[in-house]
Ligand binder design. Structure first.
Ligand code: BDR
Ligand code: CA
Length: 305
């Protein structure tokens, strides 16, 4: 199994990604680390524990991380995720607290304790924890197998501003640290995630499984779909955060291209824009250009069964 640390800001699509990861034997979940993003840091850590409890996976530690971005003021996306961050899912305080030790140190310690080049850091929120870990422990850039992230936008522009995708916009300086660190990056931006839409038929197929995990996933997906259809002129909701997890399980679901990835941190107008240069002689990233949406939903449905 591929050992991963899953850094996230649940978030309805983060929650679906967590459910997929928990249900997939191809992945060894070493830890979940949380960051402020879609909602506050306190809420994302609670939501991660709630999903962990739902999946019966209290063996996986949850470490709470950055409360705010490196430089900029916090930006949240509660409108897309509901006040709780988990849409219409019933909320209760999870039985177990967060694991002691902050997320950044946990990432460093876990990566250093494992063989070089073995651990993958998955990031589906702002890259604050990843950047802090790389700043505190620059050896992580070479020790990590890769950072596999949901973030960025190239072909059709952004989803929070004209040029920026939310995760990068929420902490552009952190994404910049990651891009310059020398770590291998695999990025699933809007170019790929907008190809994966939660249609009513796909949600109904999950709901028809009729078990608690599938019910939760269907509730999360339906919430996203309703919000997206109100906000973005009737389009079905894109399924962002499960993409990096699905790629780790089944790489054939995506087509990637090597590129040089850089992030705008200066211009107020294009803050958080990802510059994706396919012609660069020295690539630092793989950029997802194509996704097999039917295949991804088939995988998700199979795993929730
Ligand atoms: C990203 O932003 C968040 O709102 C989602 O959870 C996803 O990680 C999509 O732009
Ligand atoms: Ca997210």
């Amino acid at each position: 199994a591929t050992p991963i640390i899953f850094d996230c800001d649940p978030g309805v699509d983060d929650a679906v990604a967590l459910l997929l990861a928990f249900a997939s034997p191809e992945l060894e979940l070493l830890a979940i680390t949380t960051t402020a993003g879609n909602v506050s840091g306190t809420l994302t850590a609670r939501n991660a524990r709630l999903i962990r409890q739902l999946a019966g996976r209290e063996d996986v530690p949850v470490h709470i991380g950055a409360e705010r971005p490196l430089v900029r003021e916090p930006v949240e996306a509660g409108a897309f995720h509901g006040e709780s961050g988990l849409g219409a899912l019933p909320i209760a305080e999870p039985a177990l607290p967060v694991t002691s030790g902050d997320a950044v140190q946990a990432i460093i310690d876990i990566v250093r304790a494992r063989p070089e080049g073995s651990v993958t850091l998955v990031v589906t929120g702002p890259m604050t924890n990843a950047a802090l870990a790389l700043q505190r422990a620059p050896d992580l850039a070479a020790r990590l197998k890769a950072i596999v992230a949901m973030g960025g936008a190239r072909s059709e522009g952004g989803n929070i501003t004209a040029s920026a995708e939310f995760n990068i916009f929420a902490d552009p300086h952190a994404a910049d640290v990651v891009c310059r660190s020398g770590v291998t990056i695999v990025a699933f931006g809007l170019d790929a995630t907008h190809q994966v839409r939660a249609t009513e038929a796909r949600i109904a197929a999950i709901e028809a499984l009729g078990n608690p995990l599938a019910d939760a996933a269907a509730s999360l997906l339906r919430f996203s779909r309703e919000v997206e259809r109100q906000v973005v002129h009737g389009l079905d909701a894109p399924l962002h955060d499960p993409c990096p997890i699905a790629w780790l399980i089944r790489p054939s679901l995506f087509e990637l291209r090597p590129c040089r990835l850089d992030v705008e941190t200066g211009s107020p107008l294009t803050m958080g824009h990802t510059a994706v240069e396919f012609r660069a002689p020295e690539p630092n990233a793989q950029w997802a250009v194509k996704a097999d949406a039917d295949g991804l939903f088939a995988l998700l449905t199979e795993r929730l069964a």
